[in-house]
Each structure stands twice: as C-alpha cells, then as structure tokens.
Design a protein. Structure first.
Length: 70
C-alpha cells in the first residue's frame, strides 16, 4: 500500500475509482506467483522441506550493504 500512496502523490489529478481498483488489484502480493512459494527463514528447515518434496532450494543472500557493494 506504500507504493499506492506514493503513486497518489505523483499523480496531480488523483485517481478515478476504476484506476484505484485496478492498481489495488495489481499491487496485492497474494496475486503474484512468487508469493505462493513456501519461503523458509531457516536453511535447515528449507533443506528438510526440499528433501521431503524432492524440490530444489533457491537461496537469496544479501551482503548487508544497501548499495550492493561488498
């Protein structure tokens, strides 16, 4: 919803109800395919789940620097 609030600040004339409803639907995370992935915070739990379901693990690692430089 922060993105929607930011968008409202950018648009000078505001939104019509139809535009708002379309944006609200598009910005709902549950409607996105990646939101259905069973994310795990623990590598151990992810490995156990992957072994049980015979599926691969996708790991996303962050260096901690917001700019992305190590």
């Amino acid at each position: 919803m922060k993105a929607l609030a930011a968008l409202l600040l950018v648009l000078p004339d505001g939104l019509t109800n139809a535009e708002f409803e379309k944006l609200r639907k598009d910005l709902q995370l549950k409607s996105k395919p990646w939101a259905t992935i069973p994310w795990q915070a623990s590598v151990t739990e992810a490995r156990e789940l992957a072994a049980r379901t015979k599926k691969p693990i996708f790991m996303m690692v962050d260096t901690g620097n917001p700019i992305g430089f190590a």
